[in-house]
Design a protein around this ligand. Structure first.
Ligand code: ASP
Length: 325
């Protein structure tokens, strides 16, 4: 009898240790929120219905992937990675396949992910050969003592980790090639399609991720805001998780992600107020947009461009995708 009691005590001790280690031992609230974006920019309302529907279809697919992860008790980091991996395989978006061209006619990809629970973050810049930069960024966070790896070092690390390694031409698409030619012919515009995802999971943890090919015709070596923690990507359980999209230089200049968090932390602003202030009072019209979520599950999707591909799903049953106001 005593041996049986001892066994039960030991077994439950072991089980609680295992749960604590997995980070899932904290109370589950069964409340989650996921917000996604597929880029902001000049998106004319006159685009053909078929194109509009194709974008909305992809947004729904991405949102469903992330919502299902969270609804099954997955973590916000898992949802962010899965959503962005999907976008990185959809050539309509400027991430993974479909990444824009540099002025040298190649592709250099940036991505970042951040865990709001402990401020751990991983990012990669100038990646030329890894099919899923978001997974590479997550591995930088999990397997190294660094935050940002760039260029060949990042590609080599991906290879070492066994990630799918591809020739740079894997990222070629005719649509992006045309955009580069137009850019070279001085037809100015900001091509949209960067992707991002922010989530609150059932354990009360926030996470943010962003993946992009950057700006069409960018100089080789240019790094945007997406892999810069505090600029295009930021998450802190005390305040919010943010992913930005737009002219990266502006997002770096104004430390957009960090400042939204700072307005909440230091000025007591609500998520919506902080996002609105940065997008409409700090950035310039046409710069871009952000998606954000706070620890209570409030969310914001705000932009100062003509449109932003975006969507939101919550445990309360909201499921919505949109392009324009
Ligand atoms: N922010 C990205 C960059 O500048 C581009 C975008 O979001 O469209 O690299």
């Amino acid at each position: 009898m005593r041996i049986r009691i001892l066994f039960v005590v030991l077994a439950s001790l072991f089980l609680s240790q295992m749960l604590a280690a997995s980070g899932k031992a904290q109370g589950r609230s069964s409340k989650y929120t996921i917000v996604i974006h597929g880029g902001a920019g000049t998106i004319p309302e006159t685009i053909p219905d078929a194109v509009r529907d194709a974008y909305l279809g992809s947004l729904k697919k991405a949102l469903t992937i992330g919502r299902n992860v969270l609804a099954k008790g997955g973590t916000s980091l898992e949802a962010v990675e899965d959503v962005i991996r999907y976008f990185e395989t959809d050539p309509k978006f400027n991430a993974g396949i479909g990444a824009v061209y540099t002025s040298a006619g190649r592709h250099e990809l940036d991505a970042a992910i951040m865990n709001g629970e402990n401020l751990d973050a991983g990012a990669v810049a100038g990646v030329e050969h890894i099919a899923h930069p978001i997974t590479l960024a997550k591995l930088v966070m999990e397997k190294t003592r660094h935050i940002l790896l760039a260029y060949q070092g990042a590609d080599d690390f991906g290879k070492q980790m066994g990630l799918k390694w591809v020739p740079n031409s894997y990222f070629d698409t005719p649509q992006r090639k045309t955009e580069l030619e137009e850019y070279m012919n001085k037809i100015k515009r900001h091509d949209h399609g960067t992707v991002g995802c922010v989530c609150l999971d059932e354990y009360g943890n926030l996470a943010a991720g962003t993946s992009t090919g950057g700006l069409t015709g960018k100089l080789p070596g240019r790094i945007g805001d997406s892999p810069c923690i505090g600029d295009g990507t930021y998450a802190n359980n005390q305040t919010c998780a943010v992913s930005g999209t737009g002219i990266g230089e502006q997002y770096i200049r104004y430390a957009v992600g960090f400042n939204i968090n700072a307005l909440m932390a230091y000025k007591g602003m609500s998520l919506k107020e902080a996002v609105h202030y940065i997008i409409h009072d700090v950035l310039k019209p046409g710069d871009g947009g952000v998606i954000a979520v706070d620890r209570r599950g409030n969310y914001a999707m705000d932009f100062n461009t003509t449109g932003m591909f975006r969507g939101v799903a919550t445990s309360g049953g909201t499921f919505d995708v949109k392009i324009w106001k």
